[in-house]
Design a protein around this ligand. Structure first.
Ligand SMILES: *Cc1c(COP(=O)(O)O)cnc(C)c1O
Length: 366
C-alpha cells in the first residue's frame, strides 16, 4: 500500500462544485484585487477567530512581517521566537530589521517553553512570537503573564493552527495580533499562496492594511513606505468556500490522531503529548524516535511517505550564520531536529491507510 504524506484530492473532490463556482463568480465579476470576495472572507475569518478585524495578505510570512512593521518594530529591537519553528517566523523579524532571539521549546509539546522566555528578555525586547506549532496551542496563560509584566507585545504565529483552542479560546485572539498562512497544505489552504493578519485593535488593523497596500490609506496617498501584499479575489473566494468545512475537517484530523495514538505501540517511538485544556488541530502529527532516520527509511521503503519538521534548526541555517549561535547552544531544538518524524495526516485518509501506517511503525525493530 502507498500512503502519501498529504493529499488534497479527497477534500477537493468533496468541495469540487463549491470551488468551481467560486472561480466562476470572480471570473464573471472580472474584478481581481481588493473586492467583495476579500471583504467577505475577511469578515468571516475574523468572526471565526474571535477577533474584530482580519486583513488579507499575500502569504503568512507577509502577514507576520506587516504586523511587526505596523507595531513599529525594527532596527535595534529584539523579538523572542521559539528555536523550533518554520524559518518564516524568524524571517519576519529579520525583514523588519529587528533581531530574532531564540527561546527553547518544551521537548514534549515542541512549543516555546514559558519558563525559558524571561531569561531572553533584554531592554531591547519588544515582542514575543509564540508559534502554535503542528497545530498545538502554546501554553498561553504564563506567556501572557510574562508579556504583561514586561510590557511586551504578543504576536501569535498561527500558520499551523487554524481553529485550535486554548482553554476554550481560539488561537489568534490572545495577542495584539496574529498571522495566518493559507498555503495549500495548511489546515485552511488556498489554491496558491495567501495569508491574513487578525487583530481586535482598530488602529493597528488600519496600519497593517495600509502597510500591505503600498503604505496607502487612500488611493495615491502614501503615509508609510509599505509593501504590496494583498489577498486576491480568487484566493479569497476559494477560502470562503472552504472555511465552513474547516471545523469538520479539523475534527477528522483529531480522529486520525486518536487512532494513531491508540494504535502505535513501539518502545522506540514517543507519541505527541497534548496539554490539558487545549484542542489541537494536528497540522502535523509529529512523533519522536531515537532511530529516526532508520524509521524514515523503513517507512519510505514500505510505501509510507513521511517528513521532518524541521531537519535543520534555524540557528544552524546558513542564512543565520551572522547571529553566531554555535551548534549545541539550543540543545532542545537540535534534539527535535534529530528525532522528529511527521506521519501522514490529511482530511480523507482512509481507515485502511491509517491502520497500515500504524502496522508499519509497530513492526519497525530499529
Ligand atoms: C507556513 C508557515 C509560515 C509562513 O506561511 P507562508 O504562507 O508559507 O508564507 C509561517 N510560520 C509557520 C510556523 C508556518 O508553518
Amino acid at each position: 500500500m502507498r500512503v502519501p504524506f498529504v493529499s488534497f484530492i479527497p477534500m477537493e473532490t468533496e468541495l469540487d462544485s463549491d470551488l468551481r463556482s467560486a472561480f466562476e463568480r470572480v471570473y464573471t465579476a472580472s474584478w481581481y484585487i481588493e473586492g467583495k470576495e476579500d471583504a467577505s472572507f475577511e469578515k468571516a475569518f475574523a468572526q471565526y477567530c474571535g477577533t474584530k478585524y482580519c486583513i488579507g495578505c499575500g502569504n503568512g510570512l507577509d502577514a507576520l512581517m506587516l504586523i511587526l512593521k505596523a507595531l513599529d518594530i525594527g532596527a535595534g529591537d529584539e523579538v523572542i521566537v521559539p528555536s523550533n519553528t518554520y524559518i518564516a517566523t524568524a524571517l519576519a523579524v529579520t525583514y523588519v530589521g529587528a533581531t530574532p532571539v531564540f527561546a527553547e521549546p518544551d521537548i514534549r509539546t515542541f512549543n516555546i517553553d514559558p519558563s525559558k522566555i524571561e531569561e531572553k528578555i533584554t531592554p531591547k525586547t519588544k515582542a514575543i512570537m509564540p508559534v502554535h506549532l503542528y497545530g498545538q496551542p502554546c501554553d498561553m496563560d504564563p506567556i501572557m503573564d510574562i508579556a504583561r509584566s514586561h510590557g511586551l507585545y504578543i504576536v501569535e504565529d498561527c500558520a499551523q493552527a487554524h481553529g485550535a483552542t486554548y482553554k476554550g479560546q481560539k488561537v489568534g485572539s490572545f495577542g495584539i495580533a496574529a498571522g495566518f498562512s493559507f498555503y495549500p497544505g495548511k489546515n485552511l489552504g488556498a489554491l496558491g499562496d495567501a495569508g491574513a493578519a487578525v487583530t481586535s485593535d482598530k488602529k493597528l488593523a488600519d496600519r497593517i492594511r495600509a502597510m500591505g497596500n503600498y503604505g496607502s490609506d487612500y488611493k495615491y496617498h502614501h503615509i508609510y513606505k509599505g509593501n504590496n501584499s494583498r489577498l486576491d479575489e480568487f484566493q479569497a473566494a476559494f477560502l470562503s468556500a472552504k472555511l465552513p468545512h474547516l471545523d469538520r475537517m479539523n475534527e477528522e484530523r483529531r480522529r486520525i490522531a486518536s487512532l494513531y495514538t491508540a494504535g502505535i505501540r513501539n518502545p522506540l517511538v514517543e507519541l505527541p503529548y497534548v496539554m490539558d485544556g487545549v484542542v489541537p488541530v494536528w497540522h502535523i502529527f509529529g512523533i519522536r524516535c531515537s532511530k529516526r532516520d532508520a524509521l524514515e527509511k523503513y517507512l519510505t521503503d514500505n510505501g509510507v511517505t513521511v517528513n521532518k519538521h524541521y531537519p535543520i534548526p534555524m540557528h544552524m541555517q546558513e542564512c543565520y550564520r551572522d547571529l553566531e549561535i554555535p551548534e549545541g547552544a539550543l540543545p532542545i531544538a537540535e534534539e527535535i531536529s534529530r528525532t522528529e518524524l511527521s506521519l501522514p495526516m490529511y482530511y480523507g485518509m482512509t481507515d485502511a491507510q491509517i491502520k497500515y501506517v500504524i502496522d508499519q511503525i509497530n513492526s519497525f525493530k530499529g
